[in-house]
Design a protein around this ligand. Structure first.
Ligand code: LLP
Length: 433
């Protein structure tokens, strides 16, 4: 199994977090997002433990909200003592409504509007991560108007290609994100920021990409960032107090994906950070990282019910389910690999090759092409799309006026509860005038 929270029952049903997914599908209906609360907590603890062990007590992991964001999740993040990364007024508002202490929030995005900046300040967001000089100026203007000093990190691009897929590679020089070190612009923006009166520059941020497995990408990024910190010290007299190395650790979608151990990965980064600090004569800054996918992805799956099975002899077979690209857009967008099971037929051999597709009026509405399923797959079977806790609900759309499904949380081996209600047809026209 791709993750240790998946197993098979005596009956041949897929168990997730120890619970029967077929029964969960019957109880709550499909399509359904399912999240394993215990797994999310386990991941947060693994990050926190590793940060304390390999850095120091100031270092806290920041959960990257964009991976999945709803009220209950921020309550869990509060209980687990995590910080968060937010990228919009919407994420800030959701965290705020969950009672999350926003002084532990880092506000990203490459284009914060004046309204976003003001909203974030109203809600006490702890640190802004400015992407470019316009943002620095806009934050300075608003902070000055309020008579406050706003903490800030500058997002820089270390010029590293993480060798994951193009759409999520963000640390390269030609990225839309951040200010490049290589071109000298990073030093310029640092100098400009230091001239402001209402910004307290704490340090620097980088994020090299997502679903990264490549060895030593984070270590190389850390070293480049610390070399820049030393340059800023030598040329501008600036002392870096915080260094945020972004998110990006890969997770297992299919058996051939490697498994990354959080403790090992954090230890490797810490060795690179500490080694570079020693070599460059820098004090160890407060270190942050922003894991999103690696906290929630394998804590989630999507359950569907099969509607039709279409066989085109000599060509292809299609299994259509009652959801698709609106709830799970990652295959349509990135051709992402996934593991798919027929959850009520786990003991049957998989000898039938088919593409599992959604119900939208669009040929690209595919969940996965050419997967092996039991030959008897048919109407009313339950299908599970695994490793779906990250970038599914948060990227959902209502294409074809299909309501966004509910999110059910599982915990303790036998408890389940609705964390986000499924949308109703009435919800779909709530704002129509
Ligand atoms: N920090 C920053 C500044 C980011 O841009 C991201 C992701 C993260 C942290 C979290 O990265 P993670 O640990 O989740 O890999 N929609 C795409 C992923 C986009 C990631 C964008 N930034 C997907 O579904 O694969």
């Amino acid at each position: 199994m791709i993750c240790d929270n998946l197993s098979v029952s005596e009956k041949g049903h897929l168990l997730f977090a120890g619970q029967d997914t077929v029964e969960i599908a019957e109880k709550y209906g499909t399509p359904l997002y399912v999240l394993d609360e215990d797994k999310i907590r386990e991941k947060c603890r693994a990050y926190k433990r590793a940060f304390a062990r390999y850095f120091d007590e100031r270092a806290i992991p920041l959960y990257a909200s964009k991976a999945n964001s709803f009220r209950r999740l921020y309550e869990i993040m509060t209980e687990e003592g995590m910080g968060i990364d937010v990228v919009s007024s919407g994420e800030i508002y959701t965290a705020y409504k969950a009672g999350f202490d926003l002084s532990k929030a880092y506000f990203h995005s490459n284009n914060k509007t004046d309204e976003d900046i003001s909203f974030a300040m109203d809600h006490g967001v702890g640190c802004f991560v400015a992407d470019n000089i316009e943002e620095v100026k806009a934050v300075e203007t608003e902070a000055s108007r309020r008579g406050i000093r706003q903490k800030m990190l500058l997002r820089l691009t270390p010029g590293i290609d993480p060798h994951s897929f193009e759409a999520v590679a963000t640390g390269k020089v030609d990225s839309k994100f951040g200010t490049a070190i290589e071109t000298g612009q990073a030093l310029e923006i640092t100098a400009e920021t230091l001239k402001t009166e209402h910004i307290e520059l704490m340090g620097f941020h980088c994020h090299v990409g997502s679903q990264v497995f490549t060895e030593d990408v984070f270590e190389r990024a850390a070293v480049i960032m610390l070399e820049f910190a030393a340059e800023a010290r030598d040329k501008l007299g600036f002392i870096t107090r915080e260094l945020d190395l972004g998110g990006g650790y890969g997770v297992r979608y299919v058996d051939s994906d490697p498994y990354l151990d959080i403790d090992t990965k954090v230890r490797e980064v810490s060795q690179a950070v500490k080694g570079a600090c020693r070599r460059l004569g820098l004090d160890l800054p407060e270190i942050h990282m922003e894991p999103g996918r690696s906290i929630v992805a394998d804590a989630g799956l999507v359950l569907y019910t099969v509607g039709t099975v279409k066989k085109i002899p000599g060509y292809k077979n299609y299994v259509s389910v009652d959801g698709g690209m609106p709830d799970s857009p990652r295959y349509a967008l990135y051709k992402s690999a996934y593991t798919i099971f027929v959850a009520n037929k786990m003991k049957e051999p998989c000898t039938f090759k088919a593409s599992v597709v959604g119900r939208c009026c669009e040929s690209g509405d595919i969940l996965q092409e050419d997967v092996m399923l039991p030959k008897s797959v048919g109407r009313y079977d339950t299908v599970a799309l695994c490793t779906a806790g990250a970038y599914h609900y948060s990227m959902a759309s209502r294409y074809n006026k299909i309501p966004i499904p509910a999110t059910v949380m599982l915990r303790g081996g036998d408890e389940s509860y609705i964390a986000v209600k499924g949308e109703t047809l009435e919800d779909l026209i709530r704002n129509d005038l």
